[in-house]
Design a protein around this ligand. Structure first.
Ligand code: ATP
Ligand code: MG
Length: 557
């Protein structure tokens, strides 16, 4: 597009937005961001175009815009992905929660839950609660509470209220006692094996029908000696209802409460109780809890507590990636990966480290939506969303993997002026060239004597001789249909780029899932900040790390 066309586009967009009168200043700003050249000249052209457009009526402007295929609501078009409405929901009255267990770092599956919970609260001007379900002291660590909060903030999620389930244990005890008194629960001293066997057979045990069920007694027992069970229905078709365990004894210090508690509720109990007492209207759970919904409502019924509207969505799975703390933890503990932030992992930290944007994660999980159908998605889907976002914000640079030397005869000495982005004004850099370059081995291997290629944004070269080094000759500036190859001169740095692949192959951890490519990068990498994501042309998007030596981590092509 020429300057005039670009000016016309922005003049029309601006005019239609502001009652038929485009602002010269606004249009100049837009045009300048897109085209380069003499500023005076640009202003002159834009002024003429804006004057023309402003002479027209808004109807005429709209007609022209339509004819030219100009999208007026371009800014608004940055589409908000819509979640379907919630059942039984009124504005101002929706309360949702995200309930992580502080036993590891958050992954993209948690992001799905957190984003959906958070977005629904926002959609209904409701309240979003962050609740730490910290009721298994064996797994939980203090560091994870803060780490999970940091990760949520990174995602752009804000909560209205935050609390720990463990702080409410005294209330849980009260309710447990009430369950016992109402004959809805019992203390069971059967072994784990017996419990399992009776469940299978649909058989009640003697503990169930004991008259005396003193709650205080339970506290005197040893770990493993007794559990508190719901009096459900041992013959129920739904095996979850066959007297599920509500409390167990765990002698292990808790990261917050130390040894204050040793009787801990199970998810069946605290999940229902907390959702109800904290006023959650629409608690989301993943689909695998479906069978436990009956237990959830049964407990609340026994205690005459308010019943929320349970919602579900499918668990997020990604092919070749473990989206589960249970599977991630051993990889970290056995040191098979760098840590929780290993770029192969779908933890938020791992994804961030390889240059996946928080915005991309949000958009990706909202695209999955709240469908219940189980589907394994491929990582490429997330890459596609990320690429679209990065494309308009990443500077482009030259990195030459596995470099091969090229000597060009009759090379004009030039100062190449390379734009950091072809269509968005991100500035430019200058590179002095003489007659020596490096290009990627993968390109060099395809050449033979007589092949022509173009050093990108510089000039053409014809190959004269090909050995370890390529000898070529300057072959003009004309743009031809030949490969355009990124290059560096003798002024370069050596650099490594880490390429994360899928950590699992055929269900097993793949030792070779981290590849390293060595190459040369142009010295302008000095301009790039630690943590910045750039696009190495014809190589891919790479996040640059500069703690100690400079290296790259590839996000994707
Ligand atoms: P993990 O196996 O990763 O530990 P979890 O469900 O035990 O999973 P929690 O910390 O208890 O982990 O989960 C907090 C919330 O995140 C829960 O509401 C859970 O439903 C949701 N969640 C966890 N993993 C996924 C996933 N893969 N897809 C969607 N939601 C998930
Ligand atoms: Mg859990």
């Amino acid at each position: 597009m020429g300057i005039e066309e670009i000016a016309k586009k922005y003049a029309l967009i601006n005019a239609i937005k502001f009652d038929g009168k485009a602002s010269l200043k606004a249009v100049i700003g837009k045009v300048m961001a897109e085209v380069k050249g003499d500023a005076k000249e640009i202003v002159k052209i834009v002024r003429e175009v804006v004057e023309e457009i402003n002479k027209l009526s808004i109807e005429e402007q709209k007609k022209i815009a339509e004819k030219l295929g100009i999208e007026i609501n371009e800014e608004k078009k940055k589409k908000e992905i819509k979640l379907p409405p919630l059942p039984d929901a009124r504005k101002g009255e929706v309360v949702t929660r995200f309930p992580p267990e502080p036993n590891g770092y958050l992954h993209i599956g948690h992001a799905k839950a957190a984003v959906i919970d958070y977005e629904y609260a926002r959609m209904y001007d409701g309240i979003f609660i962050l609740r730490f379900d910290d009721t298994n002291p064996v797994n939980e660590k203090k560091e994870f509470y803060d780490a999970q909060k940091e990760d949520l903030k990174w995602l752009g999620i804000e909560w209205d209220k935050e609390y720990r389930t463990s702080d409410n244990l005294p209330k849980h005890y009260e309710l447990a006692k009430e369950l016992l008194e109402r004959g809805c629960a019992y203390i069971c001293t059967c072994s784990e094996e017996e419990i399992r066997k009776n469940r299978r057979l649909g058989k009640e045990c003697a503990c169930r029908n004991r008259k005396e069920q003193p709650w205080d007694e339970f506290f005197k027992m040893k770990e493993g000696e007794a559990v508190l069970r719901l009096k459900g229905d041992m013959k129920s078709q739904n095996t979850a209802m066959r007297d599920p365990i509500l409390f167990r004894i765990i002698d292990h210090p808790h990261p917050i409460h130390g040894t204050r508690f040793r009787v801990w509720p199970t998810y069946d109990f605290y999940g229902a109780i907390e959702d109800s007492l904290s006023g959650i209207t629409h608690p989301f759970r993943t689909k695998e809890y479906e069978l436990r919904d009956e237990v959830y409502f049964y407990i609340l019924d026994c205690l005459d507590l308010r019943k929320p509207h349970l919602m579900e969505f499918s668990r997020l799975s990604i092919k070749g990636m473990p989206v589960s703390k249970r599977k991630l933890k051993p990889l970290v503990e056995k040191k098979l990966v760098w840590g929780w932030d290993d770029p192969r992992l779908p933890t938020l930290r791992g994804l961030a480290r390889r240059g996946i944007l928080a915005e991309a994660i949000k958009e990706f999980v909202l695209l999955q939506g709240i469908s219940k159908s189980e589907s394994v998605v491929v990582f490429e889907n997330l890459e596609a969303v990320n690429r679209k976002l990065l494309d308009g914000m990443a500077k482009r640079l030259f990195f030459v993997p596995e470099p091969v030397k090229v000597i060009v005869e009759n090379a004009p000495e030039r100062e190449a002026v390379l734009k950091y982005h072809p269509s968005i004004n991100m500035g430019e850099r200058k590179v002095e060239t003489k007659g020596m370059f490096y290009i990627p081995a993968s390109d060099a291997s395809k050449f033979e004597k007589g092949s022509k290629f173009r050093l990108k944004d510089l000039y053409n070269v014809v190959v004269l001789e090909k050995n370890d080094v390529i000898k070529g000759e300057y072959a003009g500036d004309e743009l031809l249909q030949i490969p355009k190859i990124q290059w560096v001169t003798e002024e370069h740095y050596e650099m490594e780029v880490v390429i994360p692949l899928l950590p699992f192959k055929n269900g097993e951890f793949d030792e070779n899932s981290l590849k390293i490519t060595k190459g040369y990068v142009e010295k302008n990498i000095d301009e790039i900040k630690h943590g910045e994501i750039v696009q190495f042309e014809r190589f891919g998007f790479v996040r640059i790390e500069k703690d100690g030596k400079t290296r790259g981590i590839k996000a994707h092509d």
